[in-house]
Write a protein that binds this ligand. Structure first.
Ligand SMILES: Cc1cc2nc3c(=O)[nH]c(=O)nc-3n(C[C@H](O)[C@H](O)[C@H](O)COP(=O)(O)OP(=O)(O)OC[C@H]3O[C@@H](n4cnc5c(N)ncnc54)[C@H](O)[C@@H]3O)c2cc1C
Length: 490
């Protein structure tokens, strides 16, 4: 006979979205069980590999109560120097800007409105944030969680333990259980001992996108996406999406695009919680010229700050021959201190005193690289270079242009970094309403079914602003958990 568990709210997936849902449901006074596919030692999901959350604040006074390990004076000085305010309108506009106006306005309104109250709510559980020190790579409109996403998630696990919220590890949700009216009444899952039915009044799906599933990547994202490396955990294989689609949930958002960024060519094929955060990110490209194996440029490296372009940059690299690219810099980049901190530790890196020899060491067409750099250098326009602002120091007469931070590549030694594309997470998801209820293709909520985190479609299209995923996961996780709990009391 199959095992059976009963609870009021069942949460599928113990990432930041699922944890937020579980805490909100528990706070509303109902019993909660969480299913987590990963073994306990690798728990945390992609959430545990993150750094920051993007949220709006009207003044540095708003930041003070959420920063726990700095004095009030330090916070005020740092934030005052760096970004004294980041309003709801700024957040809204940044998302609309990077998504070409495609983000769902209602979901986005909820995100920007609820982000700061949700941060304060998380603070009430003991979470804390810290300002990111301004720098060419780090000044990105979001604040770091204390200990990064790993710290946040470990605190979440400790809180669950303290509150008596049970997490069933190595338990993979496989199918939604329904009553004869189509309402969701639980989940069938495969655990270490075999199949188990979890009966619940409401189910919150928060088990990530399909980035860990090569078949779905090829099906929805297209050629070559099946073979890309992943930045995150291998556990998000689209199970929740497939289970929901199977019972008629409405797919929503951009199923043909994803978050994918430039990564060290030799990075591992995926990451697990506990590894050095960000060690493989190769985000110096705004200050480089980036070329393909023929030595030709293919993208405006300086279109905008990396925080607003990095999520689409992976896709540009994947489209190049050999699915790789090369970031080329000269000695001035070191002088200007534009290298993000992870470049020295593990980077696959080549250095040479001439461009010819750099190209040879990198396996790039030497004549092509020399020709490209010569043309680029001649196209650089005068102006004041400043890596911390959009300096408008551009090129003229070449295509693609470089819109900011254009300096000639002419001072040896030259450095080159081979990079590949790695997927962070998929954008396609389920249609939800303002209560995070999953909408059916019949245009009504599926009774008993809620979704949060990267399973929600509609916010991100084609690109994404850094820090948005964790914030959206917490906001919609909290909404899903509270509404799932409220349903149990009806
Ligand atoms: C390397 C990296 C860095 C990032 N940095 C940032 C950042 O700094 N700021 C930011 O905002 N975003 C960042 N992101 C994006 C961020 O990780 C996501 O937006 C966020 O984690 C999504 O939360 P989630 O809870 O939906 O998914 P996850 O945290 O991935 O959680 C999903 C969970 O579901 C589990 N699961 C999957 N299938 C099943 C199943 N069938 N049954 C049970 N459990 C299942 C998984 O094991 C996992 O634990 C980063 C992503 C990566 C990969």
């Amino acid at each position: 006979m199959e095992n059976e568990f009963h609870t009021q709210v069942l949460v599928v997936g113990a990432g930041n979205a699922g944890m937020s849902a579980a805490l909100a449901a528990h706070q509303s006074g109902v019993e909660v069980i969480i299913l987590e596919r990963a073994p306990k030692e690798f728990r945390g999901g992609n959430s545990s590999l993150t750094g920051g959350m993007r949220f709006p604040y009207n003044s540095v006074e708003d930041i003070v109560p959420v920063v726990t390990n700095m004095s009030e004076d330090q916070v005020k000085r740092l934030m005052g120097e760096w970004q004294p305010r980041y309003t709801q309108a700024d957040f809204y506009d940044d998302v609309m800007h990077v998504t070409d106006g495609q983000s769902d306005p209602e979901l986005l309104e909820i995100l920007v409105r609820e982000a700061y109250p949700t941060v304060r709510w998380l603070r009430s559980f003991g979470h804390g944030w810290e300002p990111r020190l301004a720098g060419a790579d780090e000044a990105d409109g979001s604040l770091s969680m204390n200990g990064g996403g790993g710290g946040l998630q470990e605190r979440n696990f400790a809180i669950c333990e303290r509150l008596g919220i049970n997490i069933h590890y190595e338990t993979r949700a496989r199918e939604l259980l329904q009553d004869n009216k189509g309402g969701v009444v639980g989940v069938r899952a495969l655990g270490p001992g075999g199949f188990v039915n979890y009966r619940a009044r409401a189910v919150v799906l928060s088990c990530g996108g399909f980035e860990g599933n090569p078949e779905m990547r090829a099906r929805y994202l297209g050629p070559y996406w099946d073979v890309v490396k992943m930045r995150g955990v291998p556990f998000n294989t689209g199970d929740g999406l497939n289970m929901a689609l199977q019972i008629g949930a409405l797919p929503y958002g951009s199923w043909s695009s994803c978050h994918a960024s430039p990564q060290d060519l030799n990075r591992p094929v995926y990451s697990l919680p506990g590894l050095a955060k960000g060690a493989w990110n190769r985000y110096v490209y705004p200050f480089s010229v980036m070329v393909d194996v023929n030595g030709q440029r293919f993208v405006d490296e300086g279109e905008d700050f990396r925080r607003l372009t990095y999520a689409k940059m992976g896709r540009m690299i994947l489209a190049q021959r050999g699915r790789m690219a090369f970031q080329i810099l000269d000695a001035k980049a070191r002088e200007h201190k534009v290298y993000p901190k992870h470049y020295d530790a593990r980077a696959t890196r080549v250095e040479a005193s001439t461009l010819e020899s750099l190209a040879e060491k990198l396996g790039v067409n030497s004549a092509g690289l020399v020709r490209t750099v010569k043309g680029f250098n001649a196209a650089v326009q005068p102006g004041k270079y400043d890596p911390l602002v959009r300096d408008g120091k551009t090129t003229a007469g070449i295509s693609p242009p470089k819109s900011n931070w254009a300096l000639p590549i002419d001072k040896p030694p030259f450095e080159g970094f081979p990079v590949c594309c790695a997927i962070t997470f998929s954008f396609g998801g389920l249609r939800i309403n303002s209560k995070a209820q999953v909408i059916h293709t019949l245009d009504r909520p599926v009774p008993g079914l809620y979704a949060a985190g990267e399973m929600v479609g509609g916010l991100w299209h084609w690109s994404y602003p850094s820090g948005g995923g964790m914030m959206a996961g917490a906001v919609f996780g909290k909404i899903a958990g509270s509404n799932a709990a409220a349903q149990c009391k009806d």
